[in-house]
Design a protein around this ligand. Structure first.
Ligand SMILES: Cc1cc2nc3c(=O)[nH]c(=O)nc-3n(C[C@H](O)[C@H](O)[C@H](O)COP(=O)(O)O)c2cc1C
Length: 316
């Protein structure tokens, strides 16, 4: 039997498969045994109570979906007492995802959520920085550095920085997150997109633009995981369009130590178990004894890829 165990920094996971924040809820326990997943990543919470974005909040697109949910929140106290506890009854590390509007709000929220029952804090720095121009923190290495270093000072918990693919210099952003003290990088969130109803001539999302997810973004996310892998030494968790065990293997070969599955779980709530079973089958078929050996093992012509990488780092 293949060994599916992986490590993300100090944290050991029974396998590399975990849900992506916002694409998973406690009700999924009816379709999945949570004790079989690598980790449980909960929907982002923001410290301020908010209603979320105007409706409609989702729209289907070829090979993906657009969403502009907007992180509706009832605040941290409600989250601590009502949302978090059901996830802590499983023998699987719990990852709390936090979104915030400012650097200070991030630091305070992370400090407050650094609870013994929480294994990891994931900071969703793909959300808008309201102190600046509303661009996501992770669109820029400098704002990434500021946010991540403030978060680092506020917690001793393992902490992952979730980056956005809507950044032109993703390798530089990843480097800034590493230098500021992130324990790992999650690459990444949704790709900004838009869709218009040609009969009403109105945008299909109430918020006009939203995040594209699903198979449509997989090549983009995979490319960015590889750029990050070539840029940092901390572990990378790949995310974007993963639907099959083969997709997971691709992300691991590109440099991911683990992965997150988002939109695919809306199509099939049991998909993560199928992916885990598929990984066992792949390892057995290919004679892979420990899946962690796959990380970064894509075969490249080094000279060519170095040249390409320099170009990619300059041009984004
Ligand atoms: C409906 C929906 C809600 C999401 N909510 C969050 C969220 O609260 N926090 C977050 O960091 N990412 C959120 N995401 C982004 C996903 O976690 C993931 O990064 C993205 O969807 C790409 O992965 P996928 O293609 O497998 O879905 C959300 C995505 C969708 C589709």
């Amino acid at each position: 039997m293949a060994n599916l165990k992986v490590k993300v920094g100090e944290l050991s996971l029974r396998n590399p498969v975990m849900p992506a924040s916002g694409c998973f809820a406690i009700e999924y326990s009816e379709a999945l045994d949570f004790n079989n997943l690598g980790a449980l990543v909960i929907k982002s919470v923001s410290p301020k109570s908010r209603a979320g974005n105007p409706t409609p909040r989702v729209a289907e697109t070829p090979s993906g979906m657009l969403n502009s949910i907007g992180i509706p929140s009832k605040g941290l106290a409600y989250y601590r007492s009502k949302v978090l506890p059901p996830y802590t009854q499983f023998d699987t590390p719990v990852v709390v995802s936090i979104s915030a509007d400012t650097v200070d709000e991030f630091a305070q929220a992370v400090a407050e959520m650094s609870l013994p029952e929480v294994a990891v804090i994931e900071a969703n720095i793909s959300c808008p920085n309201l102190e600046a121009d509303g661009m996501a923190f992770a669109m820029d290495p400098e704002t990434t550095y500021k946010a991540v270093s403030a978060i680092r000072r506020s917690t001793n918990h393992p902490f992952w920085a979730k980056l956005t693919p809507n950044a032109s210099h993703v390798a530089a952003v990843a480097k800034a997150a590493e230098e500021a003290g992130a324990d790992a990088i999650v690459m990444g969130n949704t790709v900004l997109g838009m869709s218009i109803d040609v009969r009403t001539r109105k945008p299909k999302l109430g918020n006009v633009m939203g995040g594209l997810s699903g198979p449509a973004i997989k090549p983009i996310a995979l490319r960015m995981v590889h750029q990050c892998y070539r840029s940092v030494r901390i572990p990378i968790i790949g995310c974007g369009g993963i639907c099959t065990a083969e997709d997971v293997v691709e992300f691991m070969l590109a440099g991911a130590s683990a992965v997150q599955v988002g939109t695919a779980s809306f199509v099939d709530p049991g998909i993560m178990q199928k992916i885990i079973d598929g990984l066992t089958a792949y390892c057995e078929e290919m004679g892979v004894q420990s899946i962690h050996e796959l990380t970064g093992q894509v075969k490249l012509d080094r000279q060519l890829s170095d040249r390409w990488l320099r170009f990619a780092q300059q041009s984004g």
